[in-house]
Design a protein around this ligand. Structure first.
Ligand code: C2E
Ligand code: MG
Ligand code: MG
Ligand code: MG
Length: 292
């Protein structure tokens, strides 16, 4: 199955699950090397709270510094890693690094919230996954209260009772659970009821044009109200300008993430960014006062 769409007179072949190109096969074998040669690293994107006007946490996003390809974004290799099983190692690498960074930053007083880590639905559907997380936590003496796990609804589709059980075990260990990319997939109210989720992240496709598109604004508003009624926190992703931040803030979404605050950064640059705070932060709630 190949999806073809025209843009700038060129044909763009979107990657679909069952297409395996020769470049995918190269990526697959190179990825094995990448895992062995420490070519994976993590960039951390700050998460902003618009009422408290501070950075409260970070999302860990994997990067592949390939000797031949340069910096490869996750969009180019996560799906391949999911197909060949390497995703287990990728997600565990990120989780382990995040535990260590979170403890370090917490001890330095740089972090009051958590580091969010993306967990592939492929991993979350496997029964032994939670056991492996437990082993990891025990072996590194990890503080789960410093980590949030981000899942997508795909993870909830296959075996709901197992997923519900996994979530409750992970929560009893101290993790919080966020539902990523909400609004794009199933967006099931049943999932919100059935699974003990702490947070939903509104997909950035709704935020992208929120200042111009009434439909996006309405959908976003419904998700925010829904989350409010269910006592679930809500995060707006992909916030790129002050108007978007302001709109989300007045609609009641106070957890904001996006290039407006910072791009994902490697740890040394992140430390520089944190040093310059708070004077570099946009005035999201001050705009609110002006707007009234
Ligand atoms: P995600 O979890 O929804 O992460 C947010 C993505 O949005 C990141 O892309 C981030 O760089 C991007 N982003 C943040 N703010 C903005 C903005 O203001 N504008 C725009 N245009 N984009 C913004 P990234 O790092 O390329 O990651 C893409 C996806 O890859 C992630 O989406 C996540 O689904 C997956 N991913 C990343 N790291 C991991 C990982 O360690 N494990 C797994 N399983 N998946 C990962
Ligand atoms: Mg995420
Ligand atoms: Mg997302
Ligand atoms: Mg995503």
């Amino acid at each position: 199955r190949v999806k073809i769409s025209g843009r700038n007179d060129a044909l763009i072949f979107d990657h679909v699950m069952d297409d395996i190109t020769s470049d995918d096969l190269n990526i697959e074998s190179e990825l094995v090397g990448a895992l062995n040669n420490n070519e994976l690293s993590i960039h951390y994107q700050p998460l902003f709270h618009s009422k408290e006007e501070r950075i409260y946490g970070f999302e860990a996003l994997v990067r592949w510094n390939s000797k031949t390809r340069g910096l490869v974004p996750p969009g180019h290799f996560i799906e391949i890693a999911e197909q060949n099983g390497l995703i287990r190692q990728v997600d565990f690498f990120v989780l382990k690094e995040a535990f260590s960074a979170a403890q370090r930053w917490y001890d330095k007083g740089l972090m009051r919230g958590r580091i969010a880590v993306n967990i592939s639905s492929v991993n979350f559907q496997q029964a032994e996954f939670v056991c492996q997380i437990k082993e990891l936590v025990a072996s590194i003496n990890g503080n789960c209260k410093l980590i949030e796990l981000e899942l997508t609804e795909t993870a909830m589709m296959i075996d709901a009772p197992t997923v519900a059980k996994n979530i409750s075990i992970l929560k009893s260990m101290g993790f919080t659970i966020a539902l990523d990319d909400f609004g794009t997939g199933f967006s099931s109210l049943g999932h919100l009821k059935q699974f003990d989720i702490d947070k939903v992240k509104i997909d950035r496709s709704f935020i992208h044009e929120i200042e111009f598109n009434e439909q996006d604004r309405n959908i976003t508003s419904v998700i925010i109200q829904l989350a409010g009624h269910l006592n679930i926190d809500v995060v707006g992703e992909g916030v790129e300008n002050e108007q978007q931040a302001y709109l989300l803030h007045v609609m009641g979404c106070h957890h904001l993430q996006g290039y407006l605050f910072s791009r994902p950064l490697p740890e040394p640059q992140l430390m520089e960014y944190l040093k310059e705070l708070p004077k570099t932060l946009p005035n999201v709630s001050q705009r609110m006062n002006i707007g009234r």
